[in-house]
Structures are given as structure tokens and as C-alpha cells.
Design a protein around this ligand. Structure first.
Ligand SMILES: [Fe+2]
Ligand SMILES: [Fe+2]
Length: 241
């Protein structure tokens, strides 16, 4: 495939483009530990070089993933933007609001109990607490500023009217800030994963430790899906003039 024109063009596409076009490809990138959300702006060839992978193999696996049946319920790129925004709030913002405080408490607990033998968990607890603080303001900005403006523009367009220039301006200003937040929070969860040695469980720890690592891993997974929907689908569509 790598010698065909289509193969060459695909190799230059970014990871985020592949997943935005077709969410079924996400599992290929997950399998090889390639970041498709916060770091999704990287071309496939670059991502492969960094991981020592052959782009042709990945392209084959991507084609195979795309050949599987697609449910419309997972075809996020085809949803209209108000529905996508509501889905993000109900699914991913809801998850953070329900789980984050509990995970932060677990992380603090294992830092107290195991910090002496495993100093990395102290740093993990500190990073996680900072993530939560930043995320709460971030979610509010999306829910109270960005998403309402997206909905007003959508309503205007569906009614055949020009969207208010003030909403366009609001979106432009907000997107830069929100994108920066995504990079920072993505960086922070990757630092946690690194400190936790990919969530490997040490021999001398309790069940709370095991549960905390499981929850931190779930949190990272949910954040990847959440940021992917915003960075690769919602934000590019609302950012178009
Ligand atoms: Fe969000
Ligand atoms: Fe966000």
C-alpha cells in the first residue's frame, strides 16, 4: 500500500484526522500507544517513526478497522453540533464531575500510606489535584460560553440567518484558550502514566492502590475520548469562518 498514491496521501494525514473521519480507527492507535487526542496533530509517518513502526502495517490495520460495520451511534463526525456538545457534557463532563473528586481522594490516601516506599504516588496525587482544579474551570467555560455560542450559531444557520458576529468572535477567542488547556491536561495525564510506569502494580501494596491505578487509567481513557471529540471534531467545525 505504501507505494500507491492513496497510501502516500494517507501517511501524511494526521492521527486526529483519521480518528475524526472514522472512530473505528481509534483502536489501532490505542493498540500502539499512539495519542489520538491531545497529540493528534501529528502526521501518521511521524507517529510511526517515533514508535519505530512501519506506516504500511498501520495503514493496513486502519483499512481493516474501517471495514468493520459502523453504527451511526458511534459516527460522531456525522452528528449535528448541538447534539455532539450535549453528548460531551452528559457523557464526559458528567464522568469527570462524578468521579474526579473520589479519584483525587484515593490518590491522596495512597500517597499517605505508600508514599514513603513509592514516592511517585505523592507526585501523582499532586498532579491529579491540579488537573481537577484546572478541568473544573475548563468544563464551565465550555458549558457556559462555547457550547451556548455553538448552539446559537446552529439555530441561526438552520433558520437561514447569519450568525451574530459577536458569537463568531467569542468562539475564536475561547478556542485558543480551550485548546491550550487540552494540551496541558493531556500532558499532565501522560506524566501520571509515566510516573506510574504504565500503571504497573508494585508487589507490596494494598487494594486501594490497585483500585486507584485502575481509576486513574479509566480517567485517562475517558479524557482521551473526550478531548478527541472536541479537538478533532467539534472545535475544527465550529472554528470554520
Ligand atoms: Fe469538554
Ligand atoms: Fe475540553
Amino acid at each position: 500500500m505504501e507505494n500507491t498514491r492513496e497510501g502516500l496521501e494517507s501517511a501524511e494525514k494526521t492521527i486526529g484526522d483519521f480518528v475524526a473521519e472514522d472512530y473505528r480507527t481509534a483502536k489501532v492507535f490505542e493498540k500502539y500507544g499512539i495519542d489520538f487526542c491531545c497529540g493528534g496533530g501529528v502526521p501518521l509517518t511521524t507517529a510511526c517513526r517515533e514508535k519505530g513502526l512501519d506506516p504500511a502495517t498501520l495503514l493496513q490495520e486502519i483499512e481493516a478497522a474501517k471495514a468493520e460495520p459502523l453504527e451511526r451511534s458511534r459516527n460522531y463526525a456525522a452528528w449535528d453540533l448541538p447534539f455532539l456538545a450535549d453528548y460531551i457534557v452528559n457523557t464526559h463532563h458528567g464522568y469527570i464531575r462524578e468521579e474526579a473528586k473520589g479519584i483525587a481522594a484515593y490518590a491522596r490516601k495512597i500517597a499517605e500510606v505508600h508514599g514513603a516506599r513509592h514516592p511517585e504516588v505523592i507526585e501523582i496525587a499532586n498532579i491529579f489535584a491540579a488537573i481537577i482544579q484546572d478541568l473544573m474551570a475548563h468544563l464551565r467555560e465550555e458549558e457556559e460560553v462555547l457550547f451556548p455560542a455553538v448552539k446559537r450559531i446552529d439555530t441561526a444557520q438552520k433558520g437561514g440567518m447569519d450568525p451574530a458576529p459577536a458569537d463568531r468572535e467569542l468562539i475564536k477567542q475561547t478556542l485558543d484558550r480551550l485548546n491550550r488547556d487540552h494540551l496541558e491536561v493531556g500532558d499532565a495525564v501522560h506524566r501520571i502514566r509515566h510516573l506510574a510506569a504504565d500503571y504497573a502494580i508494585p508487589d507490596d501494596v494494598c487494594n486501594t492502590f490497585v483500585l486507584t491505578y485502575k481509576k486513574l487509567r479509566e480517567f485517562e481513557d475517558d479524557l482521551h475520548k473526550h478531548v478527541h471529540l472536541e479537538n478533532n471534531i467539534l472545535f475544527p467545525k465550529v472554528g470554520k469562518p
